[in-house]
Each structure stands twice: as C-alpha cells, then as structure tokens.
Design a protein around this ligand. Structure first.
Ligand SMILES: Cc1ncc(COP(=O)(O)O)c(C=O)c1O
Length: 437
C-alpha cells in the first residue's frame, strides 16, 4: 500500500524529503538550472549529474601533470634515478577502481576493471567469449537490444564469416507488453541451444526499464552450454548486482549514467574468475594488460595480468577516470543498500503519481513490481503526441529534463543520490500541465 505522504501533494513530497537520510547528498552535485529555476532532472539514466568533487579530482591530476610531467606516473617521493614501485601515481591509477566497482557489481576485485567504453569492451569480450564452431555458432540477443550492442554482435558474426540472418537469434517482449518474453527465450534455448554459442542480454533494459533476472538467465544459458554476457549500462549503480555468485562469463558497462562519471567516461568490464582462469580463451592484448612487474621490460611475449585487468589494452585516460573516482567515493559514503531503499520508494512514488494524476493517459511500460525494475519508469502517452519531439521540448520548457524516444516512449528516472521526492512531484505536475495545454 502506498505511504500516506504519496497522496498529500506538495506537502507530502516535502515531508518525504524531510525524512530522507540521503537528502544531503543532493548538495554534493551540480544541479542544472534554467535561469534561476533548478530543473527537475530525471535523466540520470542517460547522463548522471556532475559530483562537485569531480572538479577537484580532475584539477588534482592536471596539477600533478603540471608539477611532475612524466614523473606523475610514479609516487610523490622525489625521483632518485630509479623507477619506484607505483603507488599514488598514474601507473596504478586504475587499480583504485577495483574495490568500489566490485562492491557495486557483487564481484571479486580481480573480476572487474575500469577501462575503455562500453562498446569497445563488448567487442573485447566477444573476441574472447564468442568462439563459434560449425555446430555452435549463433548469438542470441533481445529484439530491442541497444543498437550499439546489435551492431557489435552483427559485426562480430560477419568477422567470423557468419551471416547474421542465419546466426543472429532474437527474443522479443511478451505480446502486448514491453517485458522480455521469458517463455519464448526458454523455448528458443530448448530448440536452438545446441547451436547457440553466446547469449547477450541487458541487466536493466534501456527502453522499458525492466530489470532482468541475471542469475536465472545465466543458469538457463549454462544448461544449454552457451556462454553468456550482460550489458549493465542501465544496471550498475542502479540496482544491486551479484555477478560473482550469478556467474555470467562477462559483463560490460558505461559510467556516465547512474555512475555520474561524465560524458563519455571510462566504462568497465567484469570477467568471472572461472572464465578468466581459462587458458583456452584468446584475447586482443595490449601492454596495460601485461604482467605489471614486467611491463617495462619491453618483452616480446604477452603475459596477462590475473583477472579482468588482463584485458586492458592501453594506459588509461586519467583525466576521464578522475571524475569516476570522485563519484564512486559518494557511492561508498551513501551505500548501495541505502540508495536502493530510497530508489524503490522514489520510483514507487513516481509510478503512483503517474497512475493517480494521469490515469489512462500514461501507460507504464516498466514492471510494477519494484524488484523487477530500477530507477527508471518508461511510459507511453495516450493518445500519442502528434509531434513527439515538440512535446518533449514543451516538457523541457516546463522545467523537466526527461528522455523522449520515438515514436512514443517517455523515460523518467529519479536518481536517489540527487533527486528529491519534490522533483518527482513537480515533474508529474509539469507533465500533466503540458498534456492539458
Ligand atoms: C544499453 C546501452 N548499451 C550500450 C551503450 C553504448 O555505450 P558506449 O557509447 O559507451 O559504447 C549505451 C549508451 O547509452 C546503452 O544505453
């Protein structure tokens, strides 16, 4: 049953904010404004807001560069003519992300690494985990997969001389719904499983906001001998994950959505310990994945680092990683369990207001069960606006930053680190006004 405050208008929203122990975190973010008005920013599923500490984090690395030049790679001790063991410098900068990323993904620290961007990581993972044979050569994805995932998979199939028209299998949503058709997926695995080399699915579906059952899907793929990986772009920093326990082979993500690391920020990758230990897996290699003790011996034979770090290619872009460090510190301080508790309530409030204020005019596409969704609610408007893009512009003029996808999907995501219940209240009021105008 909805808490009493859900039906008490603006006063109820303010009461919910007053009782929110995470409310002070909002002040740690730069909040976009329109003139003097602070916008209702419900687009954290697209680009998370900037932690104020990101400015200092980037400035610190620029200052280090200015002060030390190449010696910034090493620790802060004066350079004495021999290379020091890396400590605070850039040489081991990426290592500081292992523990916080492991905490967010439910992984072991050696199973995760911050590197590249999502699609690049997906290709690297497909190189290792998509090993087609004449008998088992197909890839199964969802019909509404994010286009970049689809392009990556299609191009990998072609790279192996395969025709996506034959080798790419798709499972769509259940009829009349936006939720993945699990029965159809199981049926496909039963009929085609022996020919499926790899399954690629999202942790949270980018359009509908449905949270998928990673454990159950992984077990289903395994029963048929298929490798399985997940795109966690909309899941990381949003919903709890248990990747080590659930044991997919790999997962990839970006850091600019719920991780608030900034546009085009460095993404990440999970490789399960069991998979990383396999000697038979090929990989595309680069010197940053090479044994750290021997990296500067300039050897000719590649000896990978243990775990996910062994998939690194290049020395990482420090200026792009610095905001991620700032943001992950906030996650540690707030705690994912507390964030998730608030998120469920915040999103529940949004769903409740949409239903009570807009009724039939908003058809929610996201599952109603809080366990089966993250922060995002996706909806279709009825009737569909004749000019969707113009409708989104009017909503923006009313002070709401949301995300419009043609032909008729509006995505709203209240983010527990910086959104208030009042933002949700104001956004739904603005949406109603815009529809009424
Ligand atoms: C679900 C999903 N997958 C993949 C991508 C592509 O990410 P990148 O541009 O970092 O490769 C995005 C980007 O928004 C996404 O939402």
């Amino acid at each position: 049953m909805a808490p009493r405050e859900f039906d008490r208008g603006a006063a109820g929203a303010s009461a919910l904010d007053g009782a929110d122990e995470l409310a002070p975190f909002r002040t740690r973010f730069a909040l976009p404004k329109d003139g003097k008005r602070t916008l209702s920013y419900l687009a954290g599923h697209s680009l998370g807001l900037m932690p104020r500490s990101a400015l200092d984090a980037v400035a610190a690395e620029l200052a280090r560069w200015a002060a030390h030049g190449v010696e910034g790679h090493f620790d802060d001790e004066p350079h004495r003519g021999k290379r020091k063991r890396p400590s605070a410098g850039w040489l081991d900068y990426h290592e500081r992300f292992a523990a916080p990323l492991a905490a967010l993904t439910g992984a072991r620290p050696d199973e995760v690494v911050a590197m590249n961007t999502l699609t690049v990581n997906l290709h690297l993972m497909l190189v290792s985990f998509f090993r087609p044979t004449p008998q088992r050569y197909k890839i199964l994805i969802e019909r509404d997969a994010f286009p970049s995932d689809r392009y990556a998979v299609q191009s990998q199939l072609r790279f192996h001389g395969l025709d996506p028209r034959d080798a790419l299998l798709e499972v769509g949503p259940r009829l009349g719904s936006f939720e993945l058709d699990r029965e159809r997926l199981d049926a496909l695995l039963a009929s085609e499983g022996e020919r499926i080399a790899l399954v690629l699915l999202p942790g949270v579906q980018y359009l509908s906001g449905e949270r998928l059952d990673i454990a159950g899907l992984t077990a289903a793929a395994r029963r048929h001998g298929c490798a399985i990986g997940f795109d966690l772009a909309h899941a990381i920093g949003n919903v709890p994950l248990a990747l080590h326990r659930d044991a997919p082979d790999f997962a990839v993500w970006c850091s600019y959505k719920y991780l608030n690391a900034g546009p085009g920020a460095v993404g990440g990758c999970f490789v399960h310990r069991d998979a990383a230990a396999r000697a038979d897996l090929p990989r595309f290699a680069g010197w940053w994945g090479h044994d750290v003790e021997r990296r500067f011996l300039m050897e000719t034979e590649f000896a990978p680092l243990r775990g996910a770090a062994g998939w690194q290619l290049s020395n990482p872009p420090i200026l792009s990683l610095a905001p991620l460090a700032a943001s992950l510190a906030l996650f540690k301080e707030a705690g994912l369990a507390r964030l998730r508790r608030k998120s469920e309530k915040l999103t529940g409030y949004l769903a409740h207001l949409l239903a009570t204020e807009l009724g039939e005019r908003a058809r929610l596409l996201t599952p109603a069960d809080p366990k089966r969704r993250g922060a995002q609610i996706a909806l279709q408007l009825a009737p569909a606006p004749r000019h969707g893009a113009r409708f989104a512009e009017r909503l923006r003029a009313a002070g709401v930053v949301a995300d419009w996808r043609e032909p008729n999907v509006l995505r709203l995501a209240p983010v527990p680190l910086y959104n208030r219940f009042r933002d949700v209240y104001d956004a739904v009021r603005a949406l109603k006004r815009t529809l009424d105008a």
